[in-house]
Design a protein around this ligand. Structure first.
Ligand code: DAH
Length: 339
């Protein structure tokens, strides 16, 4: 029997486990109901009385060794699979889903980038405005149709509280607080009481620009906006200015760029004219300067305003305005390569 105990002890010492299942099998083989130790205890009855003490000690030694080894193997295996384990540096990394900026943000940032390189700063104003900043200070006559409930969302009447219909209101706020030279652009959201369709929306975005200093001329306006068009749409882009009317500028113009799709030959994007309108502009009306206490004999300036959705439409050829507001991930994720 002694020999058998010694053999079992040797086997237990040599045993190595590589999984929790192997440890459990080892434990059952030795310590289970039908295991080696119970078998030894059963045989113990037949050990001669003078050997009982010695044999009993040997069986106990074996039992203690096996019990200790089972615990040791269990904790060794759980440590190697647990948080303390050294990570495998060769495992390929988990890829994170790439988000995308909204196309309107991409284009707004590009516009801001172009004008800040020309020395313009950025100004912002409130979206909830009064009549003065949206209309009166900008030389809108009292009967102008934009002041109608049909076109403007009013929050209150008398005194008027309304949602701004253009970012030109920020011009007025800047002129109230700053003396020339002024060189600023004002990106922001605007609101108009329009039925929503592919071509019109009641919420959209504009960037307003304002440059006031001594001796600012229409040539400066043209040069600045031609530079903008080439930066935004590519160096081969042509521009043309058409006379127009805005109450806050005199003279006023609209700027077109050559159609990028057909290169000026005529296609359904440019309605077969070869040209696409991108902004309104003009020399700031003397009344507007005077309303903000800027001396119109000393200073002149130009202003311009453009719709970000319109520019984005031309850059990315997305023709339905509603797509910009629906937050459909299938649309937005197509812009993940842009920034
Ligand atoms: N505020 C005009 C609009 O919403 C755009 C505009 C036209 C702004 C001419 C200007 C400008 O500053 O000079 O349609």
């Amino acid at each position: 029997m002694e020999k058998k105990i010694r053999q079992l002890l040797e086997d237990a010492k040599r045993f190595e486990a590589d999984s929790p299942e192997a440890v459990e099998a080892f434990r059952i083989a030795y310590l289970g109901k039908k295991g080696h130790l119970n078998a030894l205890f059963a045989d113990f009855k037949s050990v001669p009385a003078d050997k009982k003490k010695e044999t009993g000690q040997q069986i106990n030694t074996l039992k203690q060794f096996v019990t200790g080894k089972v615990e040791e193997m269990k904790s060794a295996l759980s440590a190697s699979s647990g948080a303390d384990a050294i990570p495998d540096m060769t495992v390929p990394g988990k890829s994170m889903p790439v988000g995308a900026r909204h196309p309107i943000s991409i284009v707004r940032n590009q516009i801001i980038g172009i004008f800040t390189r020309l020395g313009y700063n950025i100004s912002e104003g409130p979206e909830i405005e009064d009549d003065w900043h949206v209309f009166s200070a900008l030389n809108f006559p009292p009967e102008h149709p934009a002041r109608d409930m049909q076109d403007t969302f009013f929050i209150e009447k008398d005194p008027d509280v309304l949602l701004r219909t253009h970012t030109s209101s920020v011009q007025v706020r800047v002129m109230e607080n700053t003396q020339p030279p002024i060189r600023t652009i004002s990106p922001g959201i605007v609101f108009r009481n329009e039925a929503i369709s592919a071509r019109a929306h009641c919420i959209f975005h504009q960037v307003e620009g304002l440059y006031i200093d001594e001796n600012v001329s229409f040539a400066d306006l043209k040069q600045t906006l031609m530079y903008f068009a080439k930066e935004m749409f590519g160096g081969e882009t042509e521009t043309r200015f058409r006379p127009s009317f805005f109450p806050f500028t005199e003279p006023s113009a609209e700027m077109d760029i050559s159609c990028r799709i057909c290169g000026g030959k005529g296609c359904n994007i440019c309605k077969y004219t070869g040209w696409l309108e991108i902004l309104g502009c003009g020399m700031v009306h003397p009344n507007v300067l005077e309303h903000s206490d800027i001396d119109s004999r000393k200073y002149t300036g130009f202003a311009f305003g453009m719709g970000i959705e319109r520019i984005t439409m031309l850059r990315y050829e997305v023709k339905d305005l509603r797509l910009y507001f629906e937050n459909d991930a299938r649309f937005l994720e197509q812009f993940s390569a842009a920034f």
